[in-house]
Design a protein around this ligand. Sequence first.
Ligand SMILES: Cc1ncc(COP(=O)(O)O)c(C=O)c1O
Length: 360
Amino acid sequence: MSEHGGNTVEVAQKMGISADSLIDFSANINPLGAPERVKAVIKNNLSRIEKYPDVEYRHLHQVLANAHQCESASVMAGNGATELIYAVVRYLKPKRALLLTPGFAEYRRALQAFSNGQVEIVDYPLREEQGFQPDMHLLETLAEVQPDCLFIATPNNPTGLMPDQLFLQALVDYCEQQAIALIVDEAFIDFLPQSESLIARINTTRHLYILRSLTKFFAIPGLRLGYMVSGDSHGIARMKSQQEPWSINAFAALAGEVLLDDHQYIADTHRWLKQQQQYLWTQLSAFDALTVWPPTVNYLFFRCNRQGFNLQQALLEHRILIRHCKNYPGLNENYYRVAVRSNAENQTLINALHKVFSHG
Ligand SMILES: Cc1ncc(COP(=O)(O)O)c(C=O)c1O
């Protein structure tokens, strides 16, 4: 099965059912759907398919830079944050990298893809006893291991936990002093009601690369758009020159130009999330069979305490797909992640869990 959530097609095929009949709690996509203004801008500009997009995406870069009050030379757009994970690794060519586990799988894949087996990947396990959170001990490990780069996701996937702000600031300072490339993945940060982004720090360091995704918050995973912000403008220029031309399609570029100031959609999303995150957290925490970590964004991470019980399989019988986390280094088959969805869908999940556990 795929390393990622959202693979309803594969699961449905195995079950001999249609993918549409599954409720997908395995991919963390905003259930409000793509903003109307994105759909409108695409419909009104269909003729753009007949032309190449600007190979330098000048307008898009300028809009993204304005949104973060930085120079467009500090911004690079990509075909989802995923393309930029690969771009930054290709540019940095690290010999030794530190990865926090559990974490998003593409950091490791990108490191392996560009290194011809030459990169040494050192895992830094986030332990359940420490609440799966990194702390100042990470700085000691950096001093020992002396990696060229470190990936950290804020909030982390799959745990949904946001590292402490003071710790993150100290990490930026340390990586700047030691010239360690710090790649901070903020793919889900827009879901936090108050911005805790490290983009404000790009003027203070050349070793910080911040990744952003528009696919989750604005529900456009099929359109694909992400960007990177960094004070290393030389590096950004180099990565742009190494990027394959036209990797962002004309509609994705247009979407990026109109999305970030869709304040109504942003407010609607935060309103939905506040209610439904609280609902799912309360309901899931009430099951004795589950240990749930407090959510910060649009997904929840939990452990099923019934040893050997395959909760993903049990819920598939109710046409619900959740993300098992057994393929994350550092986790096993007892850990799962669910997205926060609409009120009706969240209720369906909770009802199904009541049935599953009452028959256990
Ligand atoms: C932590 C994290 N970073 C980046 C990505 C990639 O996002 P995109 O769709 O923008 O490529 C994902 C997708 O699941 C993710 O979970």
